[in-house]
Structure formats: structure tokens, C-alpha cells
Design a protein around this ligand. Sequence first.
Ligand SMILES: Nc1ncnc2c1ncn2[C@@H]1O[C@H](COP(=O)(O)OP(=O)(O)OP(=O)(O)O)[C@@H](O)[C@H]1O
Length: 577
Amino acid sequence: MNLLLHYARPYWKQITCAVLAVVTMATATLLQPQFLKRMLSAIIADNSQAVLHNGVWLLVLAVVGMIAGVSGTYFASQVSQSFAADLRRAEYEKIQSFSLTQIQKFSSANLVIRLTNDINQVQRFAMQLLQIILRVPILFVGGLVLAIWTMPSLWWVIVLMIILIMLATGRIFGKMGGLFGKFQHILDKNNTLTQESLSAVRVVKSFNQEKQEEDNFAASTKELTDLNQKISYIFSLMLPVYMLISYIAIAAALLLVSQTILKNPDELAKITPFITYLNQILFSLLMMGMVSNMVSRGLVSLKRIGAVMAEPSTINIHANAETGAVKRLNGVITVRNLSFAYPNDDKQVLRDISFNLLAGQTLGIVGSTGSGKSTLALLLARLYQPSAGQIDIDGQDLQTIDQETLHQNLSIVLQKPVLFSGTIEDNLKMGRPDASLADLEKAADQAQASEFINQYPNRFGQEVSERSSNLSGGQKQRLSLARALVKNPSLLILDDSTSALDARSEKLVQEALAKDFVATTKVIIAEKIASIIHADQILVIDQGQIVGAGTHQELLEQSEIYQDIYQSQKAKEDNHG
Ligand SMILES: Nc1ncnc2c1ncn2[C@@H]1O[C@H](COP(=O)(O)OP(=O)(O)OP(=O)(O)O)[C@@H](O)[C@H]1O
């Protein structure tokens, strides 16, 4: 609720207008039966002057009610849409400030729902709040008071009707308990399944898993449909039950009044407004039931958004608050006693890692599969936070460096290259939006990507399709490498980024890195020792620990594991050669 108040505050003027409009409309609705009663009395008394007078008032009230209704809807939709847009922006910014640890904690599919479906629910909730939820109590209390005032002797008919409706509502909502929470939970599950199977569509197809995926999806969708049907069924009971109760009340009222109408014809003028008030009370109770659906969903969504907003920002997005300046880092890396376990997992993937790297130096990392090399790269790029220990860049704790400074100084090429739909130019410029064509050409040369880019008639204007499915593995790797290089970073992290390149191209990339990126500190994870043989320092990682450190020559002399890896790779090469 605090969230709602916080984000609604800037719109207090529009909210005041919406509230005034709703109050005006409800008052007009409540006053109409009174003028109708006077008009009917005037007809019975054959007073044409009074008939006209009250008729005009009825018309005025109808027009005022209509204007208030339209302007109420206008202000309510303006407030709810602007409020939802602000909240969506704030939530998006919050998610941007999350580390991968936090994203993994919520799961990305779940965050997408919180950013789309939940915000929509809250927007609808805000709209209903300003439109219906405010109107309902006015109509209920006003209708009750005026109905009793119109026909005091029939007070017990109204009270009986309200008690019966309350009992019916209680029973209906008793059945609803918890259904909405469950609905949201299944929706999350359904979304995760969809996202997973669509993002891995090739794997699904190549393993002939379409049927299995379809079955999973069908099962989860059926669960969702069943639950939705249950909710709709319970709601569909409401209107007929309420109508039945109101007809009973109206029949009872008519029966009782029929006794007195002959003696006092003015009672006839009162029965019409009385029935109108009964209907207004009924309508307000019905609305209360209906909007409670929206309110429960809105509150569940608000709570889910609240959980995202309450998560502490681990990444400071904005550049230095005082100067607004983005620093050029030197790229001196100091890692002290670093340990790490993935969220929701007890296993220590990295243990007590320490090393130092001077600006412009190259660090090579080798080790068996699953030893923790990629994890170390992700930690160095601050995509995860260490569980223990610290990483300093130029003597500053990596966690405290603002996002803009880090983005401008650091480039990482992940093991699985990720490109975005758009042109090659769009992708390369992600690292440096102001890069000129000459900059792009230079980076493409360094990454050995020029040859295939030049084969496209529109060169850098060539479209990259969704999930870059129109590019080969090697082409994707070259483009992500070019994207990292175009930034001329102070710190470059390559996670097995040349694995899909032929030996000649890989050698040319290495030469470009040595020649053109002298000042850049380079961390290179490699399968092949040949890729890092000239590194200033090489770390050998095994089961999350450093088991050897030094230059190629030093490791050959000191590290058995390194010797084994080197000999086995050399033997393979000799066999091929
Ligand atoms: N997101 C994750 N959540 C939980 N565990 C993970 C996650 N990513 C990796 N792991 C685990 O962490 C360990 C180290 O993985 P990592 O990817 O760092 O190894 P690696 O040395 O880079 O392997 P490879 O050479 O095969 O790429 C593995 O046991 C892996 O199962």
C-alpha cells in the first residue's frame, strides 16, 4: 500500500478531480429517486407545475451525473496509466540494478511477469479504486439512509436483504480463499516453461522433445484453465443469487405496501424510489463482490512488485553522484580470498582465490571443465557478487564502482555469445554508441570479422535476426569480440571466446590484442594452452581452487596438472599435424 501511495502522490490534483467527480456522480444518482418521488406525487395530485419543475431537476441531475461520470473516467484513467508507467519504469530500473544473484533468486521469467502482468493488474486496481471502490460506499450508505427515510416502516426488508446478501457473499468468497495466489503461482510456472522451451527451440527440436514440451505446456495450461474456470464459475453464481434475493425483497415490499396504497395513494409515489434505492444497495454490494476480485489480484501483484522494489540495489547504476563523471580505470586487479557459491546452492564453486594483475598485463586461466573458470570471469565482471573476499579494481572495491564507469571500462565476451536483433552496426555500437564507421571497421578487423561482414551488400547494415539465428557460431563469436573491442576497454575478459575460430584467425586475434591493446588488462580463459602461452601470469584452477600460478615456463616446471594438460594438447596437435 505504501508503494501505491508513494507513486500516486505526484498525481494528487488529478486524484482530487477524480474523487470529486465520483462523489458528484454518486450524489446525482442518489438524488434522482427523490425527484422522481416528488414528480410521481405531483402526477397523483395533478399538479402540472410541480411535474415540470421536478422533471427539469431530474434532467439536470442526469446531465450532471453524465458529465461527472465521463470526467471521472478521464481522470481515473490518466492517474492509473501514469502511475503504472512510473511504477514500471522504477521497477525496470530496480531490476537493472540487480546482480545476477538476485535475478537468479527471482528467476528472469518471474521478473518479466512482475514487470508486465503484475503492473497491469495494479493499473486496473488503481482504476477500479478511483472509479468503483469509492462510489460503492457512498451508494450503499446513501441508498440505505434514503431508502429508510423514504419508507421507514420497511426498514426490516432492507436489513433482511443485506443480511442475506452478506451471507451469500461470505459463502462465495469462502470458496475463493487462496485461489488467486495459486493462480499467480501457476501463471509463473507456465511462463517459465514457455520461455525455456522457446529460448532453446533448437535443442528441443534436435532432441525430438517437441512432444514432451507440448505435454508439459498443455498440463500447465490445463491447470491454469481449470483454476480460472473455477474462479469464473464461483463469480457467475453471484449475479443470479443477488438478483433472487433482491426480487424477494421487492416482492415483500410490494406485498406490504399494497395493503396501504388504497388508503394512502401517496405511498405509490414512494414505492418506486424505494425500489430504486433497494437496487442501488444491491448494485453496490454486487460491485463490492466484483471488485474484490480485482482488489485481491491487485494486492497480490502489489505485494510481488513490492518484493522487487524492497530488494536492495547491489549495483550503483549512476555515475559519480558529485561530479557525474565517468572515470577511465587503469585496470589494476587485486583479488583477495575470493569464494563463491551460486544462489540457492550450498556448493562452493570458488574457494580462496587470490591474485594480482598490473595494468596492461594478461592473465590466462586454464582448468578442467566445471572447475569454476567462467564463474571467476562473471565475478570479475561483477555479474555476481562474491560470497566472501573482495575484488578491487585500481584499489577500489568492485562492488562500489558505479555502473556507467564499469560499463565504459570493462568488456566481457561470454562463452555463449549473445547478440541482439537489429543490424550488425547496432550490435557493435552497444559498447560505444558514438563509434564511427572507421572504429567499427577497425574492431571488425581486430576480431577477424571483416571478411564475412564485407560479403554482405549492406555490410554493417546487415540485419541480425532474433537470437542471431542467421549467423554461424564462429560469426557470432567474432561479432561479440568486435563489440567488446570497439570500446577499447581498460579491462577485457574473454571466456573461451575464440573456440569457434580456426587456428589462423585465432592467431591473428591474439596478435591484434597484443599490438593494439597494450594498455588493456586482459583476462583470457582458454581451453587451449596455446591461446595463453604468452600471458604474464597463468592460473590453473581445479575444483574451484588455484592449484598453480606463474608463467608458462614456470608452470611447466612446477605444476603437474599444467604439464598434463599441456602434454595432452601437444600430443593431439602432433597427431593432427
Ligand atoms: N548459474 C549457476 N547456478 C548454479 N551452479 C552453477 C551455475 N553456473 C555454473 N554452476 C556450477 O558451477 C561450477 C563451475 O562452473 P563454471 O561454468 O564456472 O566452470 P568452467 O570451469 O567455466 O567450466 P567449462 O570449462 O566447462 O566452461 C560447475 O559445477 C557448475 O555446475
